[in-house]
Design a protein around this ligand. Structure first.
Ligand SMILES: Nc1ncnc2c1ncn2[C@@H]1O[C@H](COP(=O)(O)OP(=O)(O)OP(=O)(O)O)[C@@H](O)[C@H]1O
Ligand SMILES: [Mg+2]
Length: 283
């Protein structure tokens, strides 16, 4: 918490330099949730999956959602991406409803379990959203191959999803979401099924991609280290009912290397996230 206080109270902060203007532009809200609630009906007892969620995500931010199983992380992603209606409150994406934003092709979505078509090859799965967008076949194929190379799957283009391991399938689904360059990238535990080294590699790739292209990313993870390494802000959630317990602003530089994970600043942030998680757990 002290970090965000420091950020906002710096007396010598410039107000009218060009870089401040650029920052102001970049800070345009992309996703706004106000008093958003989701209650899933159930025969015995309805589940209050999201309770009074207030959250504004600005353009170009990398926001991670972290919290114990069942605290509503996937539900919040689904609400933003128009895959789940809210019971009450308001959600706006790019100043319009999630449904309108979806129709405008605003989202790329990496699901918690890779949702690939078993009858399409790896290449054809990655090409699908590009074809839906109306790209020429040759161009779609080139982009799909590039994205597959990026996630380390060159040589697997002709395989079918069921011929790949779970982690490889997840990487296909990441390649698919990145390919059509959505403005908002929603990622639900995309690296959960991967071994540590591959995960480090993809964390690094995602960080570089985010830095180069400044897309808005909403990312779900159970890993504190991953959240701290990648995020500009970390939203800590708690279950029953699912709610936000703390929002932690990152103090790390925009450009990050894996070595940064050994720095005192990184450890301090990880400590803050761990404390907030424990707090939510004991409430
Ligand atoms: N379609 C649904 N119908 C009824 N209840 C649901 C539905 N989807 C989720 N829930 C409930 O809503 C709550 C939040 O679920 P959600 O999947 O959002 O959690 P999560 O934080 O993503 O958990 P995990 O870390 O295990 O993926 C849970 O109690 C879950 O049982
Ligand atoms: Mg989930």
């Amino acid at each position: 918490m002290s970090h965000s206080l420091q950020l906002f109270s710096t007396p010598e902060a410039p107000v009218s330099t060009p870089s401040a203007e650029v920052t102001a532009l970049a800070a345009r809200p992309t996703i706004i949730a106000r008093q958003a609630n989701v209650i899933y009906p159930a025969a015995d007892k309805p589940v209050h999956a999201l309770h009074d969620i207030d959250l504004t995500i600005r353009q170009g931010e990398f926001v991670s959602l972290i919290g114990p199983s069942g605290c509503g992380k996937t539900t919040l992603l689904r609400v933003i991406a128009d895959l789940e209606p809210i019971t009450s409150g308001q959600v706006l994406v790019n100043d319009v409803t999630p449904s309108e934003a979806r129709q405008a092709g605003a989202y790329g979505y990496v699901f918690q379990a890779p949702a690939l078509f078993p009858w399409r090859t790896v290449l054809a799965n990655v090409m699908l959203p590009l074809q839906i967008q109306g790209r020429l076949p040759a161009e779609a194929e080139e982009t799909a191959r590039e994205q597959l190379a990026r996630v380390g799957l060159s040589g697997f283009e002709g395989k079918y999803p069921w011929q790949l391991s779970g982690g490889m399938q997840q990487r296909v689904s990441i390649a698919r979401a990145l390919g059509f360059k959505p403005k908002i990238l929603m990622m639900d535990e995309p690296f959960g099924a991967l071994d540590e080294i591959t995960r480090d590699h993809l964390n690094q790739q995602l960080q570089e991609l985010w830095r180069a292209e400044q897309r808005t990313v909403v990312f779900v993870t159970h890993s504190i280290a991953e959240a701290v390494y990648l995020s500009t802000r970390i939203v800590v959630m708690s279950p029953r009912p699912g709610r936000i317990v703390r929002v932690i602003e990152s103090t790390l530089p925009t450009e990050r290397t894996l070595a940064l994970r050994d720095s005192p600043e990184f450890m301090q942030l990880a400590h803050e996230v761990r404390e907030a998680l424990a707090e939510g757990h004991h409430e």
